[in-house]
Design a protein around this ligand. Structure first.
Ligand code: IPE
Ligand code: IPE
Ligand code: MG
Length: 248
């Protein structure tokens, strides 16, 4: 692989979009698109391990996705449960620590119990962390953080002046994960759809027209190469960044 190892993103987040259109183009029901998207998930995990990406966050189901037809929602939930069971041995074998973020209370007991089990079983794995966003809304996550902090202030545990970026980050679902370095969205839509609004503050964004079931290791590598070619300035000038690089 000809990617500069120093420029590998630590945290990649993917909006896995286009399953429905992929199926429709083949004259199939939308759920076939979701089922075929599972192979791309496996490929993304494998490619992350191969390239040394330490955190991979996948948007599997948004809070807004609850508004889809009940049969599609049910099929997606069943797909997640069955694949979680299926993939657990390979997570353990590959050293993949599993975590999930989102509104856990909105999930059925079956889904929550399966995800909780997988979290517990893989807690010791240390090659990479796979985070699944399910029943997830970034706006809800931020509102939740605001409620947590307000409660502390009301109880007199903190002063309002103490509220800063670090405290906010500590109150997000992602409190023990780093900020996102690279965000990928498939299917040609150029939007964020309520995903990780805080955590992408300085992420590089990569959009591809490919539908999620067509996204493979090669495409992932392309996105990482794009990332590696960017100069991340974090508000500084290009000259400053170049100078810092020569000092390292
Ligand atoms: C993404 O594919 C999967 C989920 C949102 C669960 P879509 O189902 O949104 O596919 P399109 O966008 O309709 O093609
Ligand atoms: C975003 O895809 C959510 C996931 C990929 C899980 P959607 O297909 O739901 O997004 P919108 O509604 O078209 O923006
Ligand atoms: Mg979509």
């Amino acid at each position: 692989m000809d990617i500069d190892i120093k420029n590998i993103p630590t945290h990649v987040a993917i909006i896995m979009d286009g399953n429905g259109r992929w199926a429709k183009e083949r004259g199939l029901e939308r759920v076939y698109g979701h089922a075929n998207g599972v192979a791309s998930v496996r490929k993304a995990i494998k490619a992350s391990l191969d390239m040394g990406v330490k955190y991979l966050t996948l948007y599997a189901f948004s809070q807004e996705n609850w508004n889809r037809p009940a049969a599609e929602v049910e099929a997606l939930m069943q797909l997640m449960v069955s694949n979680m069971k299926l993939e657990l041995p390979s997570f353990l074998e590959q050293g993949v620590r599993f975590r999930y973020i989102g509104n856990r209370e909105a999930l059925s007991d079956e889904v929550r119990e399966e995800f909780d089990y997988c979290e517990r079983e893989t807690a010791h794995c240390d090659k990479m962390t796979l985070v699944i966003a399910v029943s997830y809304s970034a706006q809800e996550e931020l509102a939740l953080a605001a409620r947590k902090i307000a409660r502390r202030a009301v109880r007199g545990e903190i002063n309002v002046e103490d509220i800063d970026i670090k405290m906010m980050e500590g109150c997000l679902y992602t409190s023990d994960f780093p900020m996102v370095d690279l965000m990928i969205r498939t299917s040609g839509e150029i939007r964020i759809s309520n995903f990780l609004l805080w955590q992408i503050a300085y992420a590089e964004l990569y959009f591809t027209d490919l539908y999620w079931p067509d996204f493979d290791e090669k495409e992932y590598e392309k996105a990482v190469k794009y990332y590696a070619s960017r100069e991340r300035r974090f508000g500084k000038t290009s000259e400053q960044i170049k100078q810092e690089k020569t000092l390292v």
